[in-house]
Design a protein around this ligand. Structure first.
Ligand code: GLA
Length: 377
């Protein structure tokens, strides 16, 4: 990656020792099931973050974010992520988590940047955390496994208040070219298989709506409401719950938490049904599962927005579309869509202009290529 060695050289007047690419992810199905220890079906994609890095002579760590044209400098023995822009907190949180585990990095200089739209629900934060830890693992020769890197990356997010599951880190680290990955979030076992969609195109529509702070708060609220219901059912997680158990305890559960738990139980089953439908080549069933996932996120888990509902409904009612649903944590970001190749051009023209008319925003379309996970380039 000449480009990134040049950027590093121009900024720091020395050669980069290592260049790493960490991909963003999509998720075919399974939202908010990961922290309930259920199943998810993500894949790494061709959009990602590049890191160019080298050991530095001075005692400071210096990281430059090319996309923001800003840098942070700090001593390696920090104890907390501190304040500031969210990318800066992520960088410091990673060093803190590595220190806590006895992985004390050499001083280094690093420049990073990429093409994962921020707030698009494509996990730019997991790519940032997994990519930087992977880079430092190479630089320091710590021999951390990908699983260890995923767990440290997740701990970094938790330490700055985002109680995420493990899907994004696993997708970014364990993705395989052309394949989706069924991840069991309890055992962390993965199964990869090709995504064969015949005459259909898989793509994202970015609503260009981001609600960073609302999302974090609402996300954590949903997580704790799931944990509360699991406790009432006498379970460690909603992974082991079913509809009849929920019904039995209905009186002890507030109506909102009841709906949320029902969503999680149904969504977890949808993941396995969709995997079965893909294996059987039953694309109509794939489409109807996507539609019911969208309904569940809208009515039960209540994490969609009018913008997202408009985009998903537009595709779900479009002749030649298989299905669409919101993707990621919620409250904006992207929808994931499957539409017949022959109507694709027409369909995206119409959805972009209808969305612009209704909400005054320019939706963006991303075609998807499934790629390998984080690696040295
Ligand atoms: C975010 C989190 C993930 C997952 C999704 C929703 O991307 O980081 O752990 O919970 O939301 O499926």
């Amino acid at each position: 990656m000449r480009d990134w060695s040049d950027k590093f050289l121009n900024r720091f007047h020395m050669d980069a020792e290592i260049i790493v690419k960490a991909p963003g992810r999509i998720n075919i199905i399974g939202e908010h099931t990961d922290y309930n220890l259920g199943f998810v079906l993500p894949a790494a994609i061709d959009r990602g973050i590049f890191f160019a890095c080298a050991e530095s002579e001075d005692t400071l760590i210096e990281v430059f974010a090319e996309d923001f044209e800003e840098s942070v400098k700090f001593l390696a023995d920090i104890k907390s992520p501190g304040d500031g822009k969210s990318w800066m907190k992520y960088i410091r949180a990673i060093i803190v988590q590595l220190n806590l585990r006895g992985h004390y990095t050499k001083s280094f200089k690093c420049i990073f940047g990429g093409d994962i739209p921020q707030g698009g629900g494509m996990s730019s934060s997991a790519a940032l955390c997994c990519g930087l830890i992977f880079t430092l693992n190479e630089l320091n020769d710590w021999q951390l496994t990908r699983k260890q890197i995923a767990l440290i990356a997740q701990a970094a997010e938790h330490s700055i208040g985002i109680k995420c599951g493990i899907m994004d880190q696993y997708a970014s680290l364990f993705g395989k070219k052309g394949q989706v990955m069924l991840l069991d979030c309890r055992t962390l076992e993965t199964q990869h298989f090709p995504m064969e969609l015949g005459n259909y195109t898989l793509f994202l529509i970015n609503s260009q709506q981001t609600h960073e702070f609302a999302t974090e708060n609402e996300y954590n609220v949903r997580r704790s409401s799931c944990e509360k219901v699991a406790g009432i059912l006498g379970l460690k997680s909603l992974r082991d719950a079913d509809e009849s158990m929920l019904e039995q305890h209905k009186d002890e559960i507030d109506p909102e938490s009841f709906k949320r738990a029902l969503y999680v139980i149904e969504e977890n089953k949808r993941v396995l049904s969709l995997v079965g439908a893909l294996r059987d080549g039953n694309l109509d069933l794939v489409g109807s599962i996507l539609k019911s996932a969208q309904e569940g996120m809208k009515n039960l888990y209540q994490i969609t927005t009018p913008e997202i509902d408009f985009l998903a409904d537009f595709i779900n009612n479009y002749p030649g579309a298989l299905g669409a649903r919101m993707m990621g944590g919620g409250f904006g970001g992207c929808t994931i869509n499957m539409v017949l190749n022959e109507v694709f051009d027409q369909c995206i023209d119409e959805v972009i202009s209808s969305y612009k008319n209704k909400f005054g925003r320019d939706a963006e379309i991303y075609l998807l290529h499934l790629e390998d996970g984080v690696n040295v380039v």
